[in-house]
Write a protein that binds this ligand. Structure first.
Ligand code: GLU
Length: 471
């Protein structure tokens, strides 16, 4: 078998949306699995939308997700001459023809079809007409001769055998009167010229596949294998909306998801390997097959994504997470966090193993790390404020007194002193630890509070306590 070549063919809309990211992931994984390659084709024929910024956003999205492709991205627009050449070749072969119908004539045709209860479409007016009848001065379009009867069959790896009745396909345009190709035609010529062996894309392209097959057959070209994957739906089964996650991948980065978590999650969204939920990308590639693509619509589930992200956060090296936290703070313009993280690298690194099990996103990690570099006086959040009653403030005054007497400042020494203190007061340790945490971190969730005290150091601990107790 020849080498597998897949392609990802996004239209540059300004970002790599989550559905496109999944299509790219599958195309990439299949190529990797088969020892082949994935190509990237930018479908930039809509010149208004296809700005350099939109193309850059796509490429950055793919790079962030860790999906690579072979060679340079191919511009569909740049290949317009080739598309026109093939359209004219089809005319020469007798598989396509010039059509000179005016918009008014086309409107009339549609009206007539509608009146007789048929779908509104082109009636083949110029299909067998003598070109000598062509009206003067009219630039024609080129239409393909679609089969008039029989079936057009899409053999699909996901959808199975999908049969389209030829009578439902009209002679669609492949080249416009200004010489530019239609989308349908450009895709076929590009896929053929790029040597694409496998097309993996959303099932919204399934009917296009039938039309594209007409062009393949007319040129005598081999039809690539096809896999049309069901689109991603919202948790309620409706079309994916922004609220449900129909966002660009950079929005996921900004929400604090790790690329490896998103890859894992997207892989499971429409593809499965038994009941496996968590797997590395290498594992996925190893397991990947078109047979594993699911036929049912996938439902986007933020809770699942968060859980998977939490898993990857727990498994990551602190050095890596630290870099992601810094990059995230920078991207979001969170200057205080950025300065705090940069200025306290070593402390953040040593705190991270304590923070990791408590966070599901990088944003939560940053929140949890804030106690390290928070500037006094610490502003308590609502839940922590509620713990700082006047009773607990006076308790904290006594705690400070005890801590002042310590000779050593480490977890075992603080732990022992606080236990003795609680016991003497007839309190459970938690009753001391809770207001202490609120006072020192401004939060109700943090690493072990004695670890916190060691991380921020003796001086800072005493100062934060003094801020609370007025001592
Ligand atoms: N450019 C099309 C899209 O973004 C994909 C075309 C294809 O995969 O054939 O939906």
């Amino acid at each position: 078998m020849s080498q597998v070549v897949t392609r990802f063919a996004p239209s540059p809309t300004g970002y790599l949306h989550i559905g496109g990211a999944r299509t790219a992931l599958f195309s990439w994984a299949y190529a990797k699995k088969m020892g082949g390659e994935m190509l990237l084709r930018i479908e930039d024929t809509d010149r208004e939308r296809s700005t350099d910024a939109a193309v850059t956003a796509l490429i950055n999205g793919l790079k962030w997700l860790g999906l690579d492709w072979s060679g340079e991205p191919i511009s569909q627009f740049a290949r317009a001459t080739r598309h026109a050449e093939i359209a004219h070749e089809l005319v020469k072969k007798g598989h396509a023809y010039y059509c000179y119908c005016s918009p008014a004539e086309l409107d009339q045709m549609r009206e007539e079809a509608r009146a007789s209860g048929k779908p509104p479409r082109y009636n083949g007016f110029w299909r067998d007409r003598d070109p000598g009848e062509a009206p003067e001065g009219v630039a024609p379009v080129i239409r393909i001769k679609a089969p008039l009867s029989g079936d057009i069959v899409v053999e699909d790896h996901v959808q199975g055998k999908v049969v389209f009745k030829a009578e439902n396909l009209d002679d669609f345009i492949i080249l416009r009167s200004d010489g530019t190709p239609t989308y349908m035609h450009a895709v076929v010529v590009d896929d053929h010229d790029m040597g694409v062996t496998h097309i993996i894309r959303g099932d919204d392209h399934l009917t296009n596949a039938a039309r594209q097959i007409v062009i393949y057959n007319a040129m005598g070209w081999t039809i690539p294998e096809m896999a049309h994957i069901p689109l991603i739906h919202g948790p309620d089964g409706a079309k994916l909306s922004k609220r449900h996650g129909a966002l660009g991948v950079e929005a996921y980065r900004q929400m604090g998801y790790l690329p490896e978590a998103l890859r894992n999650y997207l892989a499971r969204l429409g593809w499965s390997h038994g009941d496996d939920e968590i797997f590395s990308t290498d594992q996925m590639v190893d397991w990947f097959s078109l047979d594993g693509l699911n036929k049912g619509a996938a439902r986007f589930d933020f809770v699942k994504l968060e859980n998977i992200n939490g898993h990857y956060i727990r498994e990551s090296q602190p050095e890596y997470l630290y870099d992601v936290m810094v990059a995230t703070a920078e991207e979001l313009g969170r200057d205080e966090d950025l300065a705090g993280l940069r200025g306290n690298r070593e402390t953040v690194l040593s705190a991270l193993p304590e923070l990791q099990p408590r966070a599901k996103t990088v944003l939560e990690l940053i929140d949890l790390a804030q106690f390290i570099y928070a500037v006094r006086p610490i502003i308590a959040d609502a839940a922590a404020s509620a713990l700082l009653t006047s009773d607990s403030q006076s308790l904290l005054g006594d705690v400070a007194e005890t801590l002042r007497g310590l000779n050593e400042w480490n977890v075992p020494a603080i732990d022992a002193a606080m236990r003795t203190f609680a016991e003497a007061k007839g309190l459970k340790l938690g009753k001391v630890a809770q207001p202490l945490r609120a006072a020192l971190t401004g939060r109700t969730v943090s690493p072990g509070i004695f670890e916190v005290m060691v991380l921020i150091g003796r001086e800072e601990t005493m100062a934060r306590l003094a801020d609370q107790t007025g001592a």
